[in-house]
Design a protein. Structure first.
Length: 302
């Protein structure tokens, strides 16, 4: 019976012409109600916004640093190469083509044994003797974490005498990336918990101060979303304002990291600052509104 009524209600609503002016007035009224709630909260607003700004500053600082460290690790990883020493009388071009077919391989460079012998004689005082060095291939990988997999595949080739690479450096780069990613995820979780807690307590105070007013609106048949909307918007306002203030310290972090990239002569990650700012505002608004919504579900039965 209830399902039939709801279906009938939906059908009726579809045929009712929408009064856009009326809806605009309702939206304006809800927006003004949000500002009234913020105004009623008083000095507490400053405390909440400052707390939100501090939380978002920590998050954005870690996130921006993580992007730079990942870029640094990637550049260092690109320098790493697998040295492949071929057996005697092996055609280096055939082996090069075979290795280039492997996944994650970017470039393969042939270093003839004659070139290696000339370079070695420049560095060391060697007697006149027959060149004992093999032809060598320098294999460059797309990412440091894939170097071990390519290393194992190359080692299986029958015309490869030996394979080597800076294994310790590769492992350290991979460990650095894992640590940075773990810390970033941890900071996001802590940020979410703190934000939701702060917003939850604030909205709870607003609900308590407007308890009688909300009860009257419910008795008058006011829809649930009309009661919820200003409270959710208030939480989103705190998140947006906190993100706005967090831009100032984030700018100092950005300048410091740019100087670091210049010092090490490593290119700055493209669109890093814009990405961090966008995500910071999105998360501030999302967690702010989400904290309000959770509080409404908990303390307001609408």
């Amino acid at each position: 019976m209830n399902s039939q009524k709801s279906k009938l209600k939906k059908k009726v609503k579809k045929h009712i012409p929408k009064d856009w002016l009326c809806e605009a007035r309702i939206l304006y009224r809800l927006t003004m109600e949000t500002f009234y709630d913020i105004k009623r909260t008083g000095v507490v607003n400053l405390v909440i916004i400052t707390t939100m700004a501090a939380i978002l500053t920590i998050f954005s600082g870690f996130f921006r640093s993580a992007l730079s460290i990942s870029s640094l690790a990637h550049e260092l990883g690109n320098v790493l190469e697998i040295s492949v020493y071929l057996t005697k009388n092996t055609d280096a071009n055939i082996t090069k083509k075979r290795i280039k077919e492997f996944e994650h391989v970017e470039t393969v460079t042939i270093v003839p044994k004659e070139t290696s012998w000339i370079n070695l004689k420049r560095e060391m005082d060697l007697p006149n003797m027959e060149n004992p060095l093999p032809d060598t291939l320098h294999v460059r990988i797309d990412k440091p974490e894939n170097i071990e997999a390519v290393f194992k595949e190359v080692k299986k080739l029958h015309n490869v005498e030996d394979v080597s690479y800076a294994q310790d450096i590769a492992k350290k780069i991979e460990t650095l990336n894992k640590i940075v990613n773990t810390i970033t995820v941890f900071v996001v979780i802590v940020m979410a918990v703190l934000t939701v807690t702060v917003i939850n307590n604030t909205i709870q105070l607003v609900i308590q101060s407007r308890k009688e007013e909300i009860e009257i609106m419910r008795l008058m048949g006011v829809s649930n979303w009309y009661i919820r909307f200003p409270l959710i918007m208030q939480g989103a306002f705190y998140g947006f304002s906190g993100a706005l203030i967090a831009l100032v310290p984030l700018n100092f972090v950005q300048n410091g990291l740019v100087n670091m990239h210049k010092f090490f002569m490593i290119p700055n990650p493209v669109y890093a600052q814009g990405t961090v700012v966008t995500i910071m505002f999105a998360m501030g608004i999302l967690f702010g509104a989400g904290g309000s919504f959770l509080c409404i579900k908990k303390h307001l039965q609408v």
